[in-house]
Design a protein around this ligand. Structure first.
Ligand code: GDP
Length: 282
């Protein structure tokens, strides 16, 4: 029995538990389910697991692996000749993604409450490392979709801004960065990431303005001074993700990609740059 016992012990020390959580948010139809399914398929782990099926109704938590060639934040300059690459191939970095489905008005509140729960984790092993907010870049030309998407993103960012502000300096809250995954770049009707950023920023600015106005009107009616926080704090300046980072320390990146389509073949993977973003959070 001795050799077997040793073998088991060795295996347990090598296979590190997945300890980094990411939350996947965004309107329905953006590609969240397709993305988690793809990540699972790309992960070697999925090969020895029974195939899991995703429906658009349930929240799922999947464990996936980062491709060995994707650098991580703690190992930024991993080169092809680096011995740590071999190690990464043998023992890939694992992380977990929680997909938040749901429809219509429900899904935004479901997503926000998931964000609340996950971001409150005090355990360094299970704490939330980042939020991936997925958008369908071919659908944003539609005004209602743009408004819907921007409202959801606004609420996510306002939550993160409040969270960052409430963290006292002694018990510093760790940053939770946001990736706006500009999906479906394979479609010829897709807006490029730069335009997606501009559209979302302009729409969030409009949402901010109408919220401020609503509050002013309400306080005139009641005579009460309602102190409600404004996303990005500075109301004089037009809203931008840069402003939000500067004012509130909430970092937002907009990065293009595609879960499906030709991009997969063209760039090896249409989700590579999102995986690189994930890697930088680790
Ligand atoms: P969810 O509601 O956010 O989970 O969205 P789904 O994953 O169900 O995707 C909605 C639809 O978009 C499905 O028909 C997907 O096949 C499709 N889809 C997802 N990603 C892409 C993409 O990158 N390009 C294209 N052309 N279609 C995509």
């Amino acid at each position: 029995g001795v050799p077997i016992t040793l073998h088991i012990l060795f295996f347990q020390t090598v296979a590190s538990p997945p300890s980094s959580n990411f939350l996947l948010l965004g309107p329905s139809g953006a590609g969240k389910t397709a993305f988690t399914t793809l990540l699972e398929a790309k992960s070697s782990l999925s090969s020895n697991k029974s195939h899991s099926t995703h429906t658009s109704q349930q929240s799922t938590l999947v464990t996936v692996t980062l491709p060995p060639t994707v650098p991580t934040g703690s190992n930024r300059y991993r080169s092809v000749n680096d011995p740590s690459l071999k190690e990464a191939t043998r023992n890939p970095i694992r992380y977990r993604v929680r997909d938040t489905p749901g429809h219509g008005k429900l899904r935004a509140s479901q997503g926000i409450s998931e964000l609340q729960t996950m971001s409150q984790s005090k355990d360094i092993k299970t704490r939330l490392r980042g939020v991936v907010f997925m958008v369908d870049t071919a659908a944003l030309v539609d005004e209602a979709t743009l408004r819907d998407t921007a409202t959801y993103l606004h609420d996510v960012l306002l939550f993160l801004q409040k969270r960052a502000k409430n963290g006292s300096s002694s018990k510093r809250t760790t940053d939770i960065p946001v990736l706006v995954a500009a999906n479906k770049q394979d479609l010829f009707t897709a807006l490029p990431p730069g335009a997606v950023r501009e559209k979302l920023e302009a729409e969030i600015d409009r949402i901010r303005k109408s919220k401020t106005k609503g509050l002013l009107d309400a306080s005139e009616d009641t005579g009460l001074e309602e102190e409600e926080e404004i996303l990005g704090n500075d109301e004089q300046e037009a809203f931008s993700f840069k402003l939000l980072e500067h004012e509130a320390g909430v970092k937002v990146d907009v990065v293009g990609g595609a879960v499906k389509g030709d991009l997969q073949e063209e760039f090896g993977s249409g989700v590579r740059r999102w995986e690189e973003w994930v890697g930088m959070c680790l």
